[in-house]
Design a protein around this ligand. Structure first.
Ligand code: NAG
Ligand code: NAG
Ligand code: NAG
Length: 482
């Protein structure tokens, strides 16, 4: 099956493989589009909604008819590798919406260090693109320890940096953009605890790891790391990271929490300072924080949406955090199995819907920015797990974001946690999927990709398009059983 996956537009193979369904969907999409006439026209309004107009235009993408095959249309479209920007509550590239179906693979840089494992990076990109995934979130840090990028404050391992260069240059080959996270709240790959260790080794009198967010020396270490990464010149492409459109966004930190200050003031000050710091070096790229999205003290009427009462005491505050200057879009993670009960139930799916909708509503009405659900998934170690449930979970996440997209809302996209290539199971935390091993889930992913690609191509903010068969397209987009 992996061989089939390597060639998403080949015409020979069984129709049950995920990429083949993907191709089938493209074909349906193509057939829908070629029947389009001129009687009704849709454009994206200021608020991002699809609205009819009286103007007449041809199809911007699929005109001509010489190129039979939808892939050529998408390829032509993708030739301009523009920087991802933001227009109101939507992501845009080259003036077209950029709704995201993406994934996480955190260890890409680590695997790229060694020639014997470097191929896994290319493999996961290849498999991701076979199901239409366009964004990958990964770590641009490894603080201290094994294969450290930053061996000690401001001391870098050039071989590891070259590995990160490889990841960035390889991502572009597969037309995948990267969200690069700059450190970790947790001790995996160093993170906040490693910064605190460095501080103590330098003689600082620290009371907890959360001094990371307030101690001037630790803040200066982090700021220096940010500057080093953003101003890095890629040894494979010669493109400075801060100028590279392959990078979708910078993430300040994976899942920051600051239990030392439940009021949220300490973390808020850090977010504010660091978002502005990133922007002062790189004004082009989008910035997000990396929070899990728990509601905090600034919104007592929203804490009901948290998975439990502890969540409002971890020093994070979804709405307030994202009001910090320099933060371009919101993030939230979705872990019903880790947060609610470690045994599968329908309540998990209900939580996913409500949690997502609350964040989409806040991003839309209060923040005026897109929100990306930057991690979601279910562990195979959860009691009662089966692949049917995983498919139901993915479908729920995808449908909820689509409902927002359809209305021009703030739902910007989702990143599944997490996608692995073959032979890396020893890195698996229980949440990883391999495309070839989970055909039904891969079909769910590919269907979402196709729907988002249709949106990204049809909802041009620049080109108007006409659609006689609007109903057919609507059916295609929203009928969950296609
Ligand atoms: C370290 O800080 C704590 C709390 O701020 C203080 O009580 C203690 O005296 C300090 N110790 C040293 C050696 O400065
Ligand atoms: C990068 O720059 C160096 C030095 O100017 C040059 O030798 C090399 O060919 C360039 N590589 C790429 C990929 O452009
Ligand atoms: C899968 O798991 C769900 C939730 O635990 C359960 O309701 C369902 O019956 C299971 N399906 C199969 C085919 O085992």
């Amino acid at each position: 099956m992996a061989a089939h996956l390597s060639n998403p537009f080949s015409s020979s193979s069984s129709s049950s493989s995920p990429f083949n369904s993907f191709k089938l969907l493209f074909t349906i999409l193509f057939l829908c589009l070629i029947t389009i006439g001129n009687s009704q026209h849709l454009v994206v309004s200021e608020t991002g909604e699809l609205v009819p107009t009286e103007e007449t235009h041809g199809l911007p993408i699929f005109s001509g008819g010489n190129n039979i095959g939808v892939s050529s249309g998408f390829e032509a479209e993708a030739e301009e590798w523009g920087m991802v920007g933001k227009k109101g509550n939507q992501f845009v590239v080259n003036d077209q919406p950029f709704y995201v179906n993406g994934f996480n693979t955190y260890w890409l840089m680590i695997f790229a260090v060694d020639q014997s494992t470097r191929g896994k990076v290319s493999e996961v990109f290849k498999q991701a693109s076979s199901v239409g995934l366009t964004v990958c979130r990964t770590w641009a840090f490894n603080d201290g320890g094994w294969r450290a990028l930053q061996k000690s404050p401001s001391v870098y391992d050039e071989d590891v940096f070259k590995a990160l260069d490889f990841v960035v240059s390889e991502a572009k080959k597969y037309k995948i953009r990267l969200i690069l996270s700059l450190t970790n709240n947790w001790d995996a790959y160093g993170g906040k605890p490693q910064y605190a260790k460095w501080g103590k080794a330098a003689g600082l009198n620290l009371t907890s790891d959360d001094d990371f967010f307030s101690d001037p020396t630790l803040k200066s270490y982090y700021k220096a790391h940010v500057k080093t990464v953003l101003t890095r010149v890629n040894t494979f492409t010669n493109i400075t990271y801060k100028d590279d459109p392959t990078i979708f966004a910078w993430e300040l930190m994976n899942e920051p929490r600051c239990l030392a200050d439940p009021s949220g003031d300490r973390l808020q000050a850090w977010i504010q300072e660091m978002a502005v710091h990133v922007k002062s070096i790189d004004a082009k790229h989008l910035v997000e924080i990396g929070v899990e999205g728990f509601y905090g003290p600034s919104t007592p009427n929203r804490v009901q949406f948290n998975p439990n009462t502890l969540a409002q005491q971890v020093g994070t505050d979804f709405v307030r955090n994202h009001q910090a200057l320099g933060v371009d879009f919101a993030s939230a993670h979705i872990y019903a199995d880790a947060w609610l009960s470690q045994s599968i139930s329908d309540a998990h799916l209900q939580f996913v819907k409500t949690w997502m909708q609350a964040h989409i509503d806040d991003a839309e009405k209060t923040l005026g920015m897109p929100v990306v659900f930057a991690e979601f998934g279910v562990s195979t170690k959860t009691d009662g797990f089966n692949s049917t449930f995983r498919d139901a979970l993915y479908t729920t996440v995808y449908k909820t974001i689509l409902d927002s997209i359809k209305k021009g809302g703030s739902g910007g996209g989702t990143l599944l946690w997490q996608l692995f290539p073959e032979g890396t199971d020893y890195m698996n935390d229980g949440y990883a999927i391999e495309i070839a091993k989970v055909p039904s889930t891969s079909n769910v992913i590919a269907l979402q990709s196709t729907r988002l690609m249709l949106f990204n191509s049809m909802c041009s903010t620049r080109c108007h398009w006409s659609c006689k068969k609007r109903d057919a397209i609507e059916t295609f987009l929203y009928h969950t059983d296609v």
